[in-house]
Design a protein around this ligand. Structure first.
Ligand code: BES
Ligand code: ZN
Ligand code: ZN
Length: 489
């Protein structure tokens, strides 16, 4: 569906040709494109400024029925993310006017400072992701994804970047899978259903799939996790996905928070905070989609995905504030607030994963705290760990994929805030401040000496309004990040 092509622009027939234009320098060395840009820039409304747009119908220079030129702004601002957003926007435009295909030109020439591989990777990602349409819940399917997206490149690049194209398509398909899980409403992804959806898709890949049902979770004493699911009619599940290549030396474990709806439980959330809580399984979606993707990418490391899935509901059988539960690790936890449920399911998943797989590195990803969104806003994830080197590698991957990650501190003395008079630890802090940090410190009490990092994606897991290459709903944050990261670890 996404292709690299090298065609003669003067001869090729296409419904639509889209050209990115720089405001202050030329970023094309093709004379036909240069002519079209010159023509566009003669119009006073088009300078190539970011967001500028002009459309020509049946221009003489090429055989395309339409040519759209889109401004990218000044050369110094053209980084991979600008190209990703441009390509996404270009594809979305064509989807909107119901076209079957598009031809997008790849910028080239001596002025471009970013390297060709990052530029082409970003454009392919933007184009692939921008073509995602989620209309399952619409009776009338007005929008359809494009059948063919062609990126116009130089002849030698078609072969050279063929493998990268396959990789990008695979990783972006994984991202879209995570997005769709997140965007799916909670009435269609209750724990049993969501678990089934994951195991069905994972079963089609070369992954070992195991599921612990509620009875087994009780037998194995997942006390903290079961407390969270106790109020729901849908039974809790723990899914484990294993990708084990021959000769792997290391095991990397990924753990994702899978709360299919977070009502807050008995500490019921107020109106305004409840409406988006279908997204509280975004960590689980990222981990499951990553494993499914990893099975296709086949990296050299062993990767284990541990996914606790519950629904946090208030009812006569729900856990209460003040209850004390025994975690899988044996430590007792006083439930100070039933809305701090994510950390309860994560500690059982982390302890279980470490005990069973003894991973070299364990990474958890979760929509864990509103405090993290207050600290970093809606587009940046918080990264918390005692291992500074690991944080650096994650930040680097985040820079590359534009899934931005920012490190928050893990001060030892804040651990005091989690003391309980009755139990070994309490699931909420005695201070109202620094909630993203105290949540991570709570988790840290259950990882022992294992190299561990926590990623809080409460902000960037979803967006209310679509942008360049992502529509409103789940963003799939984490999938591209992990796929990049697994090669670096
Ligand atoms: N799922 C929420 C965190 C969240 C908030 C995710 C906003 C996405 C957007 C989490 O379970 C929660 O409710 N956390 C509480 C913790 C508090 C009770 C200590 C919070 O952040 O308010
Ligand atoms: Zn909660
Ligand atoms: Zn939650």
């Amino acid at each position: 569906m996404l292709k690299l092509t090298s065609v003669d622009l003067k001869k090729v027939k296409t419904e639509i040709l889209i050209i990115p234009v720089c405001e202050d320098k030329t970023i094309h060395d093709n004379p036909t494109i240069s002519l079209l840009i010159k023509k566009a820039k003669q119009l006073k409304e088009f300078t190539g400024k970011k967001g500028d747009e002009v459309i020509f119908y049946d221009p003489g220079e090429v055989k395309a029925k339409r040519v759209i030129l889109i401004g990218l702004g000044k050369l110094e601002k053209i980084d991979p993310e600008a190209l990703r957003a441009f390509a996404g926007k270009a594809v979305k435009k064509c989807v909107k006017i119901n076209l079957p295909e598009v031809l997008i030109t790849f910028p080239r020439g001596k002025n471009i400072k970013i390297n060709v591989t990052s530029a082409i990777e970003a454009m392919m990602e933007g184009a692939f992701l921008g073509n995602h349409v989620f209309n399952k819940y619409k009776k009338e399917k007005k929008l359809k994804p494009l059948k063919r997206i062609n990126l116009l490149v130089k002849a030698d690049m078609v072969k050279k970047y063929g493998r990268l194209l396959t990789r990008v398509s695979t990783v972006c398909a994984g991202t879209i899978l995570a997005r769709e899980w997140v965007t799916t409403p909670s009435n269609d992804k209750k724990p049993e259903q969501f678990a089934k959806s994951i195991t069905t898709l994972a079963g089609k890949e070369k992954l070992k799939v195991s599921v612990l049902n509620e009875k087994e979770l009780k037998q194995k004493k997942f006390g903290a996790m079961l407390a969270v699911g106790a109020g729901s009619h849908s039974k809790s599940r723990m899914i484990v996905l294993e990708y084990s290549p021959k000769g792997a030396k290391k095991t990397i474990a990924l753990v994702g928070k899978g709360v299919t709806f977070d009502s807050g439980g008995i500490n019921l959330k107020p109106t305004g905070s409840l409406e988006d809580m279908k997204i509280d399984m975004s960590g689980a979606a990222a981990v499951a989609a990553t494993l499914i993707t990893v099975a296709k990418l086949k990296p050299k490391v062993k990767v284990v995905g541990v996914i606790p899935i519950v629904e946090n509901m208030p009812s006569g059988s729900a856990c209460r504030p003040g209850d004390v539960v025994k975690s899988y690790a044996g430590k007792t936890v006083e439930i100070g607030n039933t809305d701090a449920e994510g950390r309860l399911i994560l500690i059982d998943a982390l302890s279980f994963c470490i005990k069973k797989y003894k991973p070299h590195t364990i990474i958890d990803i979760a929509t864990l705290t509103g405090a993290c969104v207050i600290a970093l806003g809606e587009k940046i994830a918080g990264v918390l760990s005692f291992d500074d080197e690991l944080v650096k590698i994650i930040e680097l991957s985040g820079k590359k994929t534009h899934e931005r990650c920012w490190s928050l501190p893990m001060p030892d003395d804040y651990k005091e805030l989690l003391k309980s008079d009755l139990a070994d630890i309490k699931n909420i802090s005695s201070s109202r401040w620094g909630g993203a940090i105290t949540a991570a410190l709570f988790l840290s009490e259950f990882v022992g000496d294992t190299r561990w990092v926590h990623i809080d994606i409460a902000g960037p897991a979803y967006i209310k309004k679509g942008h360049g290459y992502c529509g409103a709903g789940g963003t799939g944050f984490g999938v591209r990040l992990f796929c990049d990261l697994l090669d670096k670890l």
